[in-house]
Design a protein around this ligand. Structure first.
Ligand code: BES
Ligand code: MN
Ligand code: ZN
Length: 495
């Protein structure tokens, strides 16, 4: 799917040779428009009174006199805010989905110029027309080939448009990999996907296998992988858009390509959804795909510990004690709390980059789904500054997060008689105790944790990856780039 940005008046949109026009309507049209002689302005002015006012309410028209495109969908876009435009474009694109439209014009010219709205329109159009076809030959592929976004072309609008396009690349990369079944997205497959990204200018990828991970002493990560016939992979990605000595942002993505629970096996219903347990990894890959396109001036490192969590004669058992790369020992009381075990070693590894910030992204706990549902990602950080930056990035990108607590009292339940810590702490506040576990490996880092268990995919009839939190992560990185470089520091700044 190709997007192009074009300055389009309503009169010019009416003459555009497209299969369909999707026209976003503001709550009130400029007075001049009602009197304007062109067919599209007239239609919009007349239709406004006949469409319910809620953003996303639509009216479909066919072969309107004076409009070249055979189909016109008029859709209410409320106050023209990014959130309202998102709803409008999503509804309008869905309404046109059945018609095999190849050439669409998204007419935003009736709205006030707004870079954030243009960016969101591009994303919403891609989102509503997305189709996963890799393992379903009978699926109807996306028909859309060319989308013209009609606006008043200004530098700010164009910048928003470019970010929107890069986000489509990133989100769709993440969706593709997260949606692939476990047997089509093994740790080795993920490593190959990363290597393919590594062929783009500015990106470098190294993949470590079992021997190298053993040499690093990643005993927690290895313990999870040992029950699977698929060899683990530790993927290390570099995006170098900044100067050589600039401290990078490090993203750490949980890459469990299937989580059966291991010996602490999960119940059968919905276990298939545990193929999405590499959603954090997919979001890191997707963010790198977007970085390759946008090329911001900043350094970013992506770390993906990837393996399966399986039960087996050789699998790790409840009660086993392992030694993490940090030297801290862990009693594995529940083999289903595996995400924190692979992440803790990756966090220890992250310190070598002397990062300005480390953000881990993980489908970590069912408890986070209970706490926040599918609306907001759980955000944890001991740093008010980093938490605020991530929250703000999510707000800007329409990819929301909510800060959760990290009081030390929550770590009480992690105490163990046989190791420095246990890997679980009972049912209460499960999302927080998981974060407290990770925090024990991040004491030297300016660290935040995103629990995306509720937001990374949708269940039910429309089951599939959302591509979240690629928009939040990319926005965070762009904001950091904007703030300017920081030199590599030996330790995290004091809070
Ligand atoms: N991948 C799961 C978390 C998960 C569960 C995400 C359901 C989305 C939906 C994770 O590895 C896990 O199994 N967590 C356990 C932790 C528990 C054993 C402390 C959980 O949430 O039940
Ligand atoms: Mn698990
Ligand atoms: Zn898991």
């Amino acid at each position: 799917m190709n997007f192009e940005l074009k300055s389009l008046t309503p009169a010019q949109a009416a003459q555009l040779p497209a299969d369909a026009l999707l026209v976003a309507l503001p709550d009130s049209l400029p007075k001049a428009m009602a009197a304007s002689p062109d067919a599209l302005s007239r239609l919009a002015a007349q239709a406004l009174a006949d469409i319910d006012p809620g953003a996303g309410q639509a009216l479909s028209c066919y072969r309107v006199n004076g409009i070249k495109a055979p189909r016109v969908v008029l859709v209410r876009a409320g106050d023209g805010s990014a959130a309202a435009v998102r709803k409008a474009v999503a509804a309008g694109t869905a309404a046109l989905r059945q018609n095999g439209i190849e050439r669409l014009a998204l007419v935003l010219s009736l709205l006030p110029d707004d870079a954030a709205a243009v960016r969101m329109a591009v994303q919403a159009c891609a989102d509503a027309s997305y189709a996963f076809t890799t393992t379903k030959p009978s699926a109807k592929p996306r028909a859309l080939k060319r989308v013209t976004v009609g606006v008043t072309d200004t530098a700010a609008v164009r910048a928003g448009f470019e970010v929107g396009k890069a986000l489509v690349t990133g989100v769709e990369f993440a969706k593709e990999w997260a949606n692939r079944p476990g047997n089509h997205a093994t740790p080795s497959h993920l490593a190959d996907a990363a290597k393919a990204l590594g062929r783009q200018p500015g990106i470098k990828v190294d993949v470590l296998g079992p021997k190298q991970v053993a040499a690093l002493g990643m005993g927690a990560f290895m313990a999870v992988a040992q029950g699977s016939a698929e060899p683990l992979r530790f993927i290390v990605m570099h995006y170098n858009g900044g100067a050589k000595g600039d401290a990078p942002v490090v993203l750490v993505g949980k890459g469990i390509t299937f989580d059966s629970g291991g010996i602490s096996i999960k119940p059968a219903p919905e276990m298939d959804e545990m193929k999405f347990d590499m959603g954090g990894a997919a979001s890191v890959l997707g963010t790198f795909a977007a970085l390759a396109e946008l090329k911001p001036a900043i350094n970013v490192v992506g770390l993906i510990p990837s393996c399966e969590n399986m039960p087996d004669g050789l699998a790790v058992k409840p009660g086993d004690v392992v030694r993490s790369m940090s030297g801290q020992t862990i009693e594995i009381l529940n083999t289903d709390a595996e995400g924190r075990l692979i992440l803790c070693d990756a966090l220890t590894y992250a310190a070598r980059f002397k990062p300005r910030a480390v953000v881990d992204i993980a489908t970590l706990t069912g408890a986070c789904v209970i706490a926040l549902g599918a609306v907001r990602t759980g955000l944890f950080s001991p740093s008010d500054e980093l938490a605020a930056a991530l929250q703000k990035a999510g707000d800007t990108a329409g990819d929301l997060a909510w800060r959760m607590p990290l009081d030390d009292d929550y770590a009480e339940g992690l105490k163990s008689s046989f190791a420095d810590m246990g890997n679980v702490a009972g049912r209460a506040a499960g999302a927080v105790t998981a974060a407290k576990f990770l925090q024990k490996f991040a004491s030297e880092l300016n660290w935040a944790h995103l629990d995306i268990a509720g937001t990374a995919w949708k269940s039910g009839a429309a089951k599939g990856s959302t591509g979240r939190p690629v928009p939040l992560l990319l926005q965070f990185i762009l904001d950091q780039a904007q703030a300017g470089p920081t030199r590599k520091a030996a330790r995290k700044p004091r809070a």
